[in-house]
Design a protein around this ligand. Sequence first.
Ligand SMILES: [Zn+2]
Length: 416
Amino acid sequence: MMKIEKFTFGVGDRFAHQAKAQLRAFQMAAEKGIDITPVWNKSNREHLIVGSEPSSVKSAAEAAVKEAGWNKPWHVDADHINLDTVDRFITPSDFYTLDVAHFIGRPAPAADIEAFVSRHPELIGAVAIPGIEKPITTTREYVTEVASKYLAAAIAAGKIYKHIAAKKGAGNFITEVSIDETDSPQTPPELLIILAAIADEKVPIQTVAPKFTGRFNKGVDYVGDTAQFAMEFSDDLAVIAYAIEKYHLPETLKLSVHSGSDKFSIYAAIRDAIRKTGAGLHLKTAGTTWLEELIGLAEAGPEGLALAKEVYAEAFAHKEALCDPYAAVIDIDYAKLPLPAEVNGWSAKQYTDALRHVQSNPNFNPNVRQLLHVGYKVAAQMGGRYLKMLKRSEESISRNVCENLFDRHIKPLFLD
Ligand SMILES: [Zn+2]
């Protein structure tokens, strides 16, 4: 079976120009003794918005790997796919994020639920999990209730997995199951029951993306109770280690943190937990790189700055339409967005101060950052004009892309 490496970073490259700068950050990490495997991910939603084909992600990564002399593993993730969308990802991907969140709450057949509960008497009563202080105490009713909520999702994951395995050959790809894009977070006991159900479906799951407590808004910091997150994350790690043994899941199974970029206030908790337990981690950081493209453009000279301002003006004009598909993962206060006329008067420093994710900077504006995060469609519509400027601004963009990944993400998660 293709095994996932211990530490992996999902990286996004919406316009297929930043893979080399991203690799540079991983090379710098390797020089410091931390091996992180890049996984280029682009969801079906992003492909539809940009108008790109999944094969383009692999070609861009392949070219960058060659140019950078990267001789370690790397992967291409078919991110958030389902049975309807997976087929064009079969050839170019070797990593699949099976998104079964929309099956949560859909009832599975009553007989299936009953069979599941009867098959798993070990889930009922006091379940002692090493690493969790108090045993989890459950009742048959509780397990039935959780199974009613999640069994259909586990069965769906089994179907998508088998579909990919039939086309690609089992063992030739890495399987992630995501249940993060839903309304309520999963508790550690729920995660245990979900993993038991996924094991029953014979899905060789190597990463699982639950929804954690708190808000994981795109491109900005975590919003929520950081102490509660720390406890939940650590309990989830314990549940995973236990489920690997109990249900014979792949020993590489680890947590995946979606919308994981820029969550600076929980990185210390994640770092401490993985250090303490020796657990692995998959952290998705896709959109943060596109924002560094805008920062790099703004720093590249008057023409780049003008284009970066134009992206803002267009995004502002179409904010409702751009924000709509991302409603669950952004929180923008429209009243705190500067008018395009004001932004048009900004210097490069004013633009990058508002956008760059440095919270200690009083001019940082998380509303501007989130709007631009979902505003990549504007750049996609500029087509060749945008790509030409990307190439001309390569030096300042790649410097920012690399610095963001290394200084603000890799360092606090692995090196501090
Ligand atoms: Zn996700």
